[in-house]
Design a protein around this ligand. Sequence first.
Ligand code: HEM
Length: 454
Amino acid sequence: MNAASHVASEAPGRVPLIGHAVPLLKDRLAFLQSLRAHGPVVRITIGPKTLTVINSPDLLQEMLTIKSKHFSKGLLFEKLKLFGKNALPVAEGDRHLARRRLMQPAFHHQQIDQYIQTMHATVDPMIAAWRDTEPLDLKKEMQLMTQNVVMAALFSTTPDRDTGHAILKGVDTLFAAALRRALLPLPWLERLPTPGNRKADRASRVMRTAVGAVIADHLANPNAYDDIVSLLLRTREQSGAPLADDDILSEVTGLLAAGSETTAVTLAWLFHELGRSPNLEQQLHNEVDTTLTDTPLTTKSLSQLAFTRRLVNESLRLYSPAWLVTRRTTEPVRLGDIDLPAGQDIIWSPYTLHRDPTLYSDPLQFDPDRWLPQRPQPPKGAFIPFGTGKRQCMGNEFALAEATLITALIASRWRLRPTPGPAVQPVGAITLHPSKLRMTAEARTPASHHQKTA
Ligand code: HEM
């Protein structure tokens, strides 16, 4: 490695005053991908702000693991504080460590086995209630399903459909506001009573009311539940005082936001790809029909769904939900042979990394079998849909079990067929979601194939 000090190369096309704002606003996914051609570390500017984009798996590993203490979570996560100031995904330093230690046991794989039964009981009736008469808005269906799963497994509650819709709308509005504020970082604009800001305030109140009701129910029935909400309510600070009400509210809201839409879009993309590939769909049906038996699903039975799991992996690769992740240097730091000053904003994109032709053969092809163990696997650090290091997604096992289970349960009952209309395009909002995805459910198997709920 070169010991000399280097700065990152600058992306071409910078316009005075606005920098690279135009290509970024026009097609942010294409713009980010185009930067790969200009080196592993590239500088872009938006107005007065300089951002460093990292596209190399080695440098990302360095940043996210051994040098992680020199970085805070950065611009996007600061704006995501809209969901709650100190929630785990946005907390920093000792507070982050303490909260992660506190909540991590709820995500250990022994726990996942229990969640699988709850997941099954939650989604099976929702899938059974689909009808073949009206096309489904697939992203919304998946969002309702994954939101209910998080609420049932972690908060022991299942909202009715109207409350579910209201929470979903709240999450979407706050996500949109956070992204807008991260891409156009003008703090004074955030304090003005603009229609967008007022909408975000209303959404925040809806979320706080819904989550507040869950907490109130736990407080009223102190011995009824053994879940993450009761864990937070039982926790004492070092001083012996309980956690502040606002802290508990933030943590619960943070989990809801982190855990629902990410898994939902993974599933929406997966079924979009299956709708275009009868061959893959047939393989899924074969696996589900021969592997699912009439007993409750467990971690073990899910592990037998090897093809289904490869489909999930491939959806996470090609359509990485968290397509944009940020960091900020807290002090001067060298990454590889590049010197970064303190306060430097960093962007990295699992979506861009996972589509890099130097890391994946035929990267734009949806090919679940690239994950077969006998096929050459991508280099270390080249597949990081959940991030890596101390800020790695805490719900990764939860999400993988959930996505595998929902895919298999849907496939045991329905074929999802594409509807005519404009081509489905990836949209880079907070998560990478399909532009508009309507699919028709066609019943496929007799009722005897259905799983019994646990
Ligand atoms: C396919 C689904 C999911 C994807 C792709 C995903 C991805 C991510 C990513 C990229 C991060 C940030 C990593 C970083 O900044 O370096 C993250 C953090 C986090 N995720 Fe997930 N996630 C998913 C599902 C879930 C679920 C289901 C839950 C919980 C129910 C969850 C809880 C969290 C939490 C608590 C954090 C913050 C961890 C920390 O900062 O220590 N995620 N996730």
